[in-house]
Design a protein around this ligand. Structure first.
Ligand SMILES: [Zn+2]
Length: 282
């Protein structure tokens, strides 16, 4: 953060979670959002689309949700589909070196500002995960943006994608996951000098949640105390219209001892390939 400058409702700070899908970004966003003045708003790239299509009710249970209605009322009309399409992986090179997407950046910053105004919070957490969106936000917000790069082990990602949840889309095939992980890792590497992210391993978070949250809170200039206290109990979810199924769990908490299923030979090979590619980028 710039010296002598503090976040305010008029100029909120934004914490952006970068990484692959199913890396634990929802639980991390929830954890970081437990302090006063901080709002975890989910995957904001897709929020206008979900609200326009009314696909999913807000996690608060109200339909329509008064909070999101007030946020959207403050904004010029947004083409939710175009907004959700922009800022994805294929947009990265333009985000890094091309001409500005002024409409996209304007809508993105206006949405963040409206969330701060309506919630009264000075820090907004966006778990959209795409590196390109983070770079657009950097261009629009400058030093008001802080980025956390959350990485889950290849084995953890493979296990997560092999699970099926009744309310979620199926995970990717193993081959697709290897390519996807390479794209995510390469994008994060290309954008690293722009984003200067705080690095966080999901496995480290599970292993030593108190110590990891203490470190990350310090790097992000968040008060660690309410975040560490929240590790013991169910987390306050608030108003999420995106992010994964955890948002509908009234007792959501960090599961520090997940079941570890053994990997097949093919899965171990895929994990080794993912690890090698990540290592080559480091
Ligand atoms: Zn709501």
């Amino acid at each position: 953060m710039v010296a002598g400058w503090g976040p305010s409702v008029d100029e909120p700070r934004v914490i952006y979670v970068l990484g692959a899908g199913r890396s634990g970004s929802t639980i991390l966003g929830l954890l970081l959002g437990q302090g006063a003045g901080t709002l975890f708003a989910g995957e904001l790239f897709a929020a206008p689309l979900h609200i326009a299509q009314q696909q999913r009710p807000c996690s608060c249970g109200s339909d329509p949700c008064a909070f999101w209605s007030e946020v959207m009322d403050r904004l010029a009309p947004i083409d939710g589909e175009a907004h959700a399409r922009a800022g994805r992986h294929r947009d990265l090179l333009r985000a890094l070196w091309g001409p500005a997407r002024t409409t996209y950046m304007g809508h993105s910053v206006a949405l963040l500002d409206a969330l701060a105004e309506v919630s009264g919070c000075t820090t907004i957490i966006d778990s959209s995960k795409y590196a390109a969106r983070a770079v657009w936000l950097r261009r629009g917000l400058g030093d008001r943006l802080r980025v956390v790069y959350l990485q889950r082990s290849p084995e953890g990602l493979i296990r997560s994608h092999s699970q099926r949840h009744a309310t979620e889309q199926r995970g990717m095939s193993l081959r697709r996951l290897v390519v996807y992980d390479a794209v995510v890792s390469l994008s994060a590497r290309l954008a690293r000098h722009r984003l200067d992210p705080v690095q966080l391993s999901y496995e480290d978070l599970l292993e030593a949640p108190g110590a990891v949250i203490q470190r990350v809170a310090g790097q992000l200039e968040l008060d660690p105390e309410p975040l560490i206290s929240a590790l013991n109990g169910p987390l306050v979810v608030g108003h999420l219209v995106t992010a994964n199924r955890l948002r509908n769990d009234p007792q959501v908490r960090l599961r520090t001892r997940p079941e570890v299923a053994p990997l097949s030979g093919r899965e171990r090979l895929a994990a080794a390939a993912m690890r090698a590619f990540r290592g080559a980028l480091a």
